[in-house]
Design a protein around this ligand. Structure first.
Ligand code: GDP
Ligand code: IMO
Ligand code: MG
Length: 431
């Protein structure tokens, strides 16, 4: 019966794919509940390395039913392509279930995402340009097109006609771009419908019945706490509810059915795209973190911005997600440093903050000065072979327990490399 929400505790790319894959075997269902193919989750499973964008990371196990929930936005072009790539690697997608209430990303959403970023110029969000924001915009304006609309060509055409009447005006008159015809989109999208149709289901019903039957459910978050539309660094966020509460909205499973919430944090921190980043390093230390950590985006290939671990953010993530556990990833990357800094508070304009400040302007370099604790490192010691906490160098153990004290939740998983087995369990239990 236990169910767990897994959520990014920073700005994304914390290693959610690896940890999902790692703990998935305890679950019967793995559910994506928000976001779309802006996500890039890396799963290394034996000799297979996968970058998953839409399909839940539990796809690797044939005992698991992977579910794309109602809160996800689906680009059918990407979905069909991802399914084909998995099948080509011998991973069956037959069990994949897709909510008929999920919204569909249309070609004009992608155009509008790019055009809006161009218009914003230096104030751009730095989106993945996958059409995510414009698709959610239509969902909340109640003019979106859902997966179930693909079941009936007449309805699909009608909805498309209504949407295009507005979108073509915006594309052609505001942005000087070409518009679309209903036929043009139907020609591309209706064949996708044939591939998706056997996977469509009432997923809220399915998951609630599964829960009642004593099945275990894992909700796999995409993006992260600080990219959440409400709790993130708005407007430099994504357009969905990435936090743990989003798992209920994006799946139709109520909060009383969530037993555990595990937050994923890197042993340092990264961010892709624009927006404030108090511990960002602009020097060679930041560059070293980037190179050793291989910090390049899985979806867009963009270089990630890097910085020291920020405990103010970790505490905030603990609060807004009700974390019961934390998984710390990429501890091995810190073997390259003599000493390691941890931000325990911010100083800005004469005030010290040990909590996330109300006014976001405080978080910009002009104001913020991170208050660091400097800890001795375990320079040059390869920890990628450690499989128990006791095998870690004393200073690495101290680093983990220090972060644990700062966050206020147990660090029950510590990752020391990208592979599945490069992991230390410190009391994680899905029960
Ligand atoms: P996600 O979006 O949260 O799933 O994370 P990404 O897949 O975008 O980025 C995480 C990257 O770190 C991937 O390349 C993983 O293979 C890698 N990774 C995960 N855990 C570890 C770890 O403990 N050590 C190292 N060195 N790499 C890791
Ligand atoms: P995973 O699941 C890191 C960022 C973009 C941009 C902002 C808005 O792999 O952790 P969007 O295209 O969503 O409108 O872009 O959010 N972003 C991510 N950053 N990891 C992700 O996903 C991200 N998904 C979106 O870079 O700053
Ligand atoms: Mg990622």
């Amino acid at each position: 019966m236990p169910s767990t929400v897994l959520v990014g505790a920073q700005w994304g790319d914390e290693g959610k794919g690896k940890i999902t894959d790692l703990i998935a075997q305890d679950f019967d269902y793995v559910v994506r509940y928000q976001g779309g193919n802006n996500a890039g989750h890396t799963v290394i499973h034996g000799d297979k390395k996968l970058a998953l964008h839409l399909i839940p990371s539990g796809i690797m196990y044939d005992t698991i039913t992977p579910v794309i929930g109602n809160g996800v936005v689906i680009d059918p072009r990407v979905l069909v392509d991802e399914m084909a790539k998995l099948e080509a690697q011998g991973i069956s997608c037959e069990r994949l279930v897709i909510s008929c209430d999920a919204h569909i990303i249309m070609p004009y959403h992608i155009d509008l995402d790019g055009a809006s970023e161009k218009r914003l110029g230096k104030n751009k969000i730095g989106t993945t340009r996958r059409g995510i924001g414009p698709c959610y915009q239509d969902k909340f304006s109640r003019i979106g097109i859902r997966v179930q609309d693909l079941l009936d060509e007449k309805i699909f055409r009608q909805k498309l006609e209504t949407a295009l009447a507005e979108k073509n005006e915006i594309l052609t008159k505001i942005y000087g771009m070409p518009g679309y015809t209903v036929d043009q989109i139907c020609e591309e999208y209706l064949p996708y419908a044939e591939i998706i149709r056997p996977h469509m289901a009432e997923t809220a019903h399915l998951l609630n019945r599964a829960y009642a039957d004593g099945k275990n459910i894992l909700f796999e978050g995409a993006q992260a706490t600080l990219l959440d539309i409400d709790h993130g660094t708005y407007p430099f966020v994504t357009s969905s509810s990435c936090c743990a509460g989003g798992a209920c909205i994006g799946s139709g499973v109520g909060p009383k059915k969530v037993d555990k919430v595990i937050g994923i944090s890197k042993a340092y921190i990264t961010r892709v795209g624009s927006g404030p980043f108090p511990t960002e390093l602009f020097d060679e230390t930041g560059e070293k973190l980037c190179q050793i950590g291989g910090e390049y985006g899985v979806t867009t290939g963009r270089k990630r911005r890097t910085g020291w671990f920020d405990a103010v953010i970790a505490r905030y993530a603990t609060d807004v997600n009700s974390l019961t556990d934390m998984a710390l990833t990429k501890l091995d990357v810190l073997s390259a440093f003599d000493t390691i800094k941890v931000c325990v508070a911010y100083k800005a304009d004469g005030t010290t903050y040990d909590y996330f400040p109300m006014q976001q302007s405080v978080l910009y370099p002009k104001h913020v000065e991170p208050v660091y604790e400097e800890l001795p490192g375990w320079y040059g010691q390869d920890i990628t072979g450690c499989r128990s906490f006791e095998e870690l160098p004393a200073n690495a153990q101290r680093y983990v327990t220090y972060l644990e004290e700062l966050c206020g939740v147990p660090m029950s998983i510590v990752a020391v490399g990208p592979d599945r087995d490069q992991t230390i369990f410190r009391g994680w239990s899905s029960k």
